[in-house]
Design a protein around this ligand. Sequence first.
Ligand code: G
Ligand code: G
Ligand code: MN
Ligand code: NA
Length: 254
Amino acid sequence: RTCRDELGRALERGEFVLHYQPQVQLRDGALIGAEALIRWQHPERGLLAPGAFLDVLDGSRYAASVGDWVLATACRQAARWREAGAPEFRIGVNLCSAQVQRGDLAERVAATLRETNLHPPGLELEITETIVLHHDGVLVTALRQLRAAGVGIAFDDYGTGYASLSLLKRFPLTRLKIDRSFVTGMLTSEQDLTIVRSILQLGHGFKLAVIAEGIETEAEYMRLRAKGCQEGQGYLFGKPMPADVFAAHYGLAP
Ligand code: G
Ligand code: G
Ligand code: MN
Ligand code: NA
């Protein structure tokens, strides 16, 4: 079991790492970006996925600091890859509650972009409904500032929450991420397919990009493309991988 004190030590010792999962344009499979996903290289337990520690981390006093580390590391990496020949490359970074709670999200993100030399459009923050429901007012203000500066805002796991529709009116989003569960179900369940279709329509109506998560098969890929979905992410294109593996695969500098 992960205990809280271990997390502070892990941060100090540099045991957290980011893996990068490719995001592609469905039209031609071209790389458009990556989602940064945290892992913990634990000295005894090996490489841990977020499921093994994220709940404990979120409830600890280290959550915001780890979030800062994730943001800075991902931005630095994205800046390098843009310079290395992928000028349109965009990095997706998941936000946690504690980063929003602090109340200075916009200032911190702007400072990180400056320090890492990443253009604002190279960053896309991913928010979930859980974060939105807990920090509505202060979050909207911060996100509007960031959006005005050119930072992208994606709504993660879209369609799984309770209040997903009215949020579209108030939040300055740039992209919806269709939750993996609907993609997995869409070829066998008429209900899942209907939800996928509805999200694509919402995206179109609100002028938001839509990316489908969790694409694992060619059949899912073809179906999504036929339905007009423009972007995708999933094991079919690539699993989350270490930065050097990602760079080698796409011919970028590490
Ligand atoms: O990579 P994996 O599928 O195991 O990630 C599991 C969950 O952990 C996902 O819901 C993802 O959004 C979340 N997650 C991964 N990396 C980060 C991170 O850096 N910060 C936050 N807040 N959540 C993350
Ligand atoms: O909640 P969020 O979307 O941030 O989390 C992404 C999670 O989904 C990561 O843990 C990642 O490893 C996982 N993931 C990404 N693509 C696929 C996929 O095609 N299939 C499955 N089963 N999981 C995936
Ligand atoms: Mn995400
Ligand atoms: Na998701």
